[in-house]
Design a binder for this molecule. Sequence first.
Ligand code: GLN
Length: 224
Amino acid sequence: MTRLPGERLDRRPAAAGAPADRADPADAAPLVGVLALQGDVLEHTRALRAVGVRPLPVRSVADLEAVDGLVLPGGESTAISRALGRAGLDEPLARRIADGLPVLGTCAGLILLSDELVEDDALPRPGGIAVRTRRNAYGPQTASFDVRVEVAGLDGGPMDVAFIRAPRIEAVLGDAVDVLAEVDGAPVAVQQGARIGLAFHPEVTGDLRLHARLADLVRRRTAR
Ligand code: GLN
């Protein structure tokens, strides 16, 4: 397991004046979930901690209700979709996303956030980003690749990211979607409101600037 740059292993010190009734007064940072039914949960958990929010593995409706933001990790979208149904999380998740919960979906997570899927449109999923996406469009596991990609609005130069049996965004379906990055003419990072969808895995290469962007979206929403 690679250690993520800037990862803190200690807890943040108690914030002065933190409400005494908090279960863990040592940390008043927002709670950001990682859907933990299948996929690369651990990497995102570490990434969230490194960008200064409190990660929570989400496996139940009570977990989901507790979080101020959520990562939908990569993995196998069909397996995650089935598990969401089994856990009774499918409708509550769709509702929270529709209500504006900040979310970051990577790879399988992007598939679950896509309003349309080529060939797999029957896959039960929350949707929320107006794109048409094709699963496994970049070839098999053996055709996985790392690439440098320039992402709009990120300081510090291009990101090094991994594509692993990645989905391809074939069309953007509305003005509400901003394309943040493209590879070979296809969008690979999109944002619609507080929802970010990535065809790649930033957590694998350890560039956490998009996790930091999610954390900012969460802080902005919780500060209101
Ligand atoms: N191929 C997977 C799917 O269709 C996504 C791969 C990934 O998340 N790395 O769900």
